[in-house]
Ligand binder design. Sequence first.
Ligand code: 13P
Length: 243
Amino acid sequence: MILCANFKANKTRQETRAYMAVVESFVSANEIDDIVMVFPPFTALEHLSRNVLIGVQNAYPAQNGAYTGEITLEQLEEFGVKTILIGHSERRHVLGETQEHIAAKFRFFAEKGFAIIYCVGEPLEIREQGDEALMRYVDTQFVGIDCNYTDLIIAYEPVWAIGTGLTPTSDQIVDMHAALRTKTSAPLLYGGSVKVDNASSIMALENVEGVLVGSASLSANDFCEMIAQASQLKQNERENECL
Ligand code: 13P
């Protein structure tokens, strides 16, 4: 499983340090072999990771240059960051990133060998138009994206499930992940109102290889609990195989 914590614009540098201490010691004390990633705000980046991968929530596709207010490759390299979220719905819908810009970002960071967590997902009005409209919409989010990129993870995050407490039904997640599976062999994550109460059942669904967690990941204990649930699922699977 792959478990990702997306802090968005939350937590100070000091809070992030305290958080990382909890998660890192949980991961090592429990010999977790699932992949754990944390995406803190830029201001909290440090060379602090031992067994937890640190990624960024965004960056501008350039080595450096006149991009006021942006962070480019040069600054990420200073912190050894090699993992990036691209296409998150808040960047698409709140910050107005176009598919063209997103694809340019994807190409740039793929060329630099970054692990890319590429996010797709539909707004509610599209979901309400039915399956065909839904898949047409999601297809547009793959324009200019290399689904065969080796270090790719796809996160399905329906916009209407992000930060709302609403989650799709299991069937809706399974159907979307099955459709995504026809496009790529990359691991598929689900994101959108994942929390301790539903993480395990979501991770147990077919073609769900992990979760991308926002608000519920802000509590280190809750995030650790979700990591433990992933471990437990694997353990159960092993036991079932032995029967
Ligand atoms: P929430 O878990 O707060 O719904 O956010 C999901 C998300 O956007 C993760 O990237």
